[in-house]
Design a protein around this ligand. Structure first.
Ligand code: CUA
Length: 177
């Protein structure tokens, strides 16, 4: 069988690209340990409070260190439970200093919901039976909308809260110098 010169070049190019990409994929997966964000942590969706993080008083924003926070969220039709403000009012707005590292942990007690903080990297599915978690550094100030981006029923459009990233007056900048 005669192979035209250009056909040979293209075959080598195509085969080479395949081998190269497989090597990169293997390097990332086995050497760097790259894996999906969710580690498949399970939870009983009918009793999320059995997990300490999702006990009523641990919902919402918690500071765990100088510039580290945890936000625990229980999603259900059709709201995000971010705890209350201590006076019985549901929290729907949280403020986080710029430059903080924030671990978002979310569960749902009913159907699949989404958890997207528009304009940031935070974008997760929240599935019954699993804990969705994602750690991010929030470096851009402004008010961001936390929205459900998985259609979950007639009140889907009412599922939102706001996350405000504020300039840290006490000065992360001075600390960085
Ligand atoms: Cu929850 Cu859409």
């Amino acid at each position: 069988m005669h192979l035209h010169k250009y056909e040979k070049i293209w075959l080598i190019f195509g085969g080479g690209a395949l081998v190269l990409f497989l090597l990169i994929l293997g390097f990332g997966a086995f050497y760097l340990g790259t894996h999906p964000q969710s580690h498949g942590v399970t939870i009983d969706p009918e009793n999320v409070e059995a997990n300490e993080a999702f006990e009523r008083e641990n919902l919402g924003l918690t500071q765990v260190d100088d510039d580290r926070y945890i936000v625990n969220i229980v999603a259900s039709t059709f709201s995000y439970d971010l705890g209350d403000d201590g006076e019985g009012n549901a929290v729907s707005h949280i403020e986080i200093p710029k430059g903080s590292t924030v671990l978002f942990q979310a569960v749902t007690t009913d159907v699949i919901h989404g958890l997207n903080i528009a304009g940031t990297n935070v974008n997760m599915m929240v599935e019954p039976g699993y804990i969705s978690s994602l750690e991010v550094e929030l470096n851009q100030t402004g008010e961001f909308t936390l929205v459900c981006n998985e259609y979950c029923g007639v009140g889907h459009h009412m599922m939102f809260a706001t996350v405000e990233v504020v300039d840290d007056e006490s000065g992360n900048e001075t600390a960085a110098e």
